[in-house]
Design a protein around this ligand. Structure first.
Ligand SMILES: Cc1cc2nc3c(=O)[nH]c(=O)nc-3n(C[C@H](O)[C@H](O)[C@H](O)COP(=O)(O)O)c2cc1C
Ligand code: SF4
Length: 707
């Protein structure tokens, strides 16, 4: 008898029986071929998800007209019949594992990544949405002017209705079980429906009836072309979270109107891109914060309702289904982080789920925003076919891993799974590295989910761990290869006066929770006390986290950064939320306590001199100002390279990864650690670039005398 009877109960969407209640929400993985045809990565990615047991997989944004709108540079396209064979292979790959599947049709309208010019939407507007994949700035030093968008003519609107219907027919022809219309997040259909965005004065703008005309016309034409029994799902934003935007009351009507039009299921989402926090929930958003939406809408309709956003925990999902709060649970990023979520629950191993931590560094910042293919910070296999071919070694190597942070632990995990014998040396008393700095930062507790997952895996795999031990060169000589994953540390840049007064950020956010199961036994770790007025000097995640912690405990915080804009290297939606908090307000749908004082940000500047109780700050034009502060915390970081230099000098075979190369983010650290584990080869040859030579072609291996 399963502990999750509701999760694994079948449900009908139109005439399609879905084997369970778990939906993979549409997620544009921007991994198609340049022309938008289905790639091997698309197939690998979606096959994994179907294999992992989602009952319904909705393929992400697929454009019905690539000429006028692609949401990401390599999204899927369905605007021509020559896309049908690829789509058919995609559907077959999912059907093989019992999943039902749909394609989400989406025209990005004003938020398109392609074309860069002549962008069209409901009406003329100049748009600034720096967190959107269709953001205007492309070049490193470009100033954002705003993206010019023009209103569609009535003829173009009518033509677009046809293009949607034709694309739906191709989806049906390819063998998909259903089609979904993307009517959320400020993209084209959503912008027609939105009272906030739509400023048209023809029959497609103004009243509720007029704003609904475009989606209803598309639904009607799809029914004409595909038959009324081909299920159409609609995803729309219940709350737009902007003044004058659609709210729950209007969304109740929207739901009923769609049901009357013959829609087979409703997929509830949130936001338009003016309110990105609610749409692409960063870490601050708690599990199930959107449940109010389906609770209000489900009683008004008979068709199935899917709810989504920050659903991670199977027990929680089972509960909301059991309580009738939603008919199906929708998971987007959770399935990137662990495509086997459903299978692990079904097979009685829910504790093995690697939860999505809502960091957005892999899937958003380094993928869609950077115009690259999908990645996930905690799942290096996401979108990377090399991991699908991971094999056990025939010649286990002795591997020393110096540093027990995310890069080192992920390297140890993959190396062990492959049959190698790693030893992790961690000089402190606890595994986790830089992640542990997040324990004290408000709303970053999801980072600990990942630290705990890694630590549990390392324990379950029986990896040898030597805590509180910094290895000597002599010790390391006993290993076949060494991974230097020693991370980064703070330092004090050159400054006049009392540099010794500057406190490292690591001491300020050190976690003092002695009751934590991982707290190092016998340790006396305590956070360093700081005065009321604190100056945080530096940038990036170290500074953002330190500021969030200090401001939340009531300190009067000033940031000084050399950068043009504070936090420009931190994931953009997290910075959006943080900036709102700096001003003592909250992002949409959050209700945390505003800080006691607003956080002051001084950009393009550095510390010139540190005196007693005051500092002198100098900007790029050499203007100086004096500030009274009690304490100064440095968040400048640089790689720990001392041991690396010694190892290289001693002739050890060593690879350097993560922040020990350059302080970046979790995505980079985990990926580099994982790739090290993957590249370990029994022959352990290095090429002239100091990279491990693995996967040699057989003839080259014979020529080199190793086969
Ligand atoms: C990388 C990425 C791509 C996304 N692509 C789509 C998409 O194509 N269509 C869509 O409706 N929502 C898309 N979303 C939004 C998600 O479906 C989902 O609503 C959001 O991430 C919050 O839910 P989650 O916590 O389950 O991820 C995307 C989100 C991310 C992070
Ligand atoms: S990159 Fe972060 S937010 Fe995106 S799926 Fe992975 S863990 Fe989740």
């Amino acid at each position: 008898m399963t502990k999750y009877p509701h999760l694994f109960q079948p449900i009908r969407i139109g005439n399609v029986e879905v084997p369970n209640r778990i939906v993979h929400e549409p997620t544009d993985i921007s991994s198609s071929n340049a022309d938008g045809s289905v790639s091997e990565r698309d197939i690998y990615h979606h096959r994994e998800i179907a294999k992992g047991g989602c009952g319904l997989v909705i393929v992400g944004a697929t454009t019905p007209d690539s000429k006028t709108g692609r949401p990401t540079v390599t999204c899927l396209v369905a605007d021509n019949d020559n896309y049908i064979p690829g789509l058919a292979r995609l559907a077959a790959a999912m059907h093989q594992y019992g999943a039902r599947c749909a394609v989400q049709l989406m025209h990005p309208g004003r938020q398109c990544a392609i074309p860069r010019h002549n962008t069209m939407s409901t009406n003329d507007v100049v748009l600034k949405l720096p967190w959107s994949a269709g953001h205007e700035i492309v070049y490193a030093n470009a100033e954002e002017k705003g993206k010019e968008v023009r209103g569609m003519t009535t003829e173009e609107v009518l033509e677009m209705i046809e293009l949607f219907a034709e694309a739906a027919w191709r989806v049906q022809q390819a063998g998909f079980d259903a089609v979904q219309l993307h009517a959320a997040h400020g993209y084209l259909i959503s912008s027609f429906m939105s009272p906030y965005i739509n400023r048209r004065n023809d029959r497609f703008g103004g009243s509720f009836e007029n704003r609904m005309r475009f989606p209803l016309a598309i639904i009607k034409r799809i029914q004409d072309k595909c038959g009324r029994d081909f299920p159409i799902l609609v995803r729309f934003s219940v709350d737009e979270w902007v003044p004058g935007g659609r709210d729950l009351e209007e969304s109740k009507l929207v739901a009923q109107v769609f049901e009357q039009a013959g829609v087979a299921a409703l997929d509830l989402s949130q936001c338009i891109q003016e309110s990105p926090g609610a749409g692409f929930d960063p870490m601050q958003y708690p599990e199930g914060w959107t449940m109010y939406a389906s609770e209000a809408i489900k009683p008004l309709v008979k068709i199935p309702v899917i709810n989504s956003h920050t659903l991670r925990d199977p027990d929680y999902c089972e509960r909301v289904l059991a309580e009738g709060k939603t008919d199906m649970v929708g998971l987007s990023r959770q399935i990137l982080a662990d495509p086997y979520w459903a299978a692990k629950v079904y097979l009685g191993k829910p504790e093995k789920i690697r939860k999505c931590i809502s960091c957005l560094t892999g899937c958003w910042q380094e993928s869609l925003m950077a115009k690259k293919e999908i990645a996930c910070a905690v799942n290096p296999a996401c979108g990377d076919l090399r991991f699908a071919e991971m094999r056990r070694t025939t010649n286990p190597l002795r591997v020393a891993i110096v540093g027990g942070g995310p890069a080192g632990l992920e390297a140890a995990r993959i190396a062990t799974v492959r049959g190698h014998k790693p030893t992790v040396f961690e000089k402190t008393g606890e595994l986790g590295g830089a992640i542990l700095g997040c324990c004290m930062v408000p709303d970053k507790d999801k980072m600990k989910w990942y630290a705990d997952w890694l630590r549990n895996e390392i324990r379950d795999l029986g990896v040898e761990v030597r805590l509180g031990h910094a290895p000597t060169i002599e010790e390391l000589k006993g290993y076949d290869v060494v991974l230097n994953a020693t991370g980064a540390h703070s330092y004090v840049p050159q400054v006049h006066g009392h540099a010794e007064r500057v406190i490292p950020f690591e001491e300020v956010i050190a976690c003092p929770r002695v009751k934590c199961e991982w707290y190092p036994q016998g340790s006396n770790r305590k956070a360093r006390h700081v005065g009321e007025r604190v100056l945080v000097w530096g940038d990036h995640y170290a500074a953002a986290d330190t500021v969030a912690f200090l401001a939340a405990i009531g300190k009067d915080v000033t940031i000084v950064t050399e950068k043009k804009e504070f936090g420009s290297t931190v994931e953009v939606i997290h910075m959006y939320v943080l900036r709102k908090r700096f001003q003592q307000t909250d992002a949409e749908a959050l209700h945390s306590k505003p800080y006691k004082y607003p956080v002051k940000v001084i950009q393009n500047s550095t510390l010139y001199e540190i005196g007693e109780g005051k500092v002198v700050i100098q900007d790029r034009d050499f203007n100086r100002q004096t500030l009274e502060v009690d304490d100064i915390v440095t968040c400048h970081t640089r790689p720990n390279t001392a041991l690396l230099d010694e190892m290289v000098a001693a002739g050890l075979r060593v690879i350097n990864v993560g922040d020990a190369v350059r302080p970046r983010n979790l995505n980079a650290a985990v990926k580099e650690g994982a790739l090290f584990g993957l590249s370990l080869d029994e022959h352990l040859l290095f090429n002239p670039n100091h990279a491990i030579l693995n996967d040699l072609p057989l003839d080259v291996a014979v020529q080199l005398g190793i086969r």
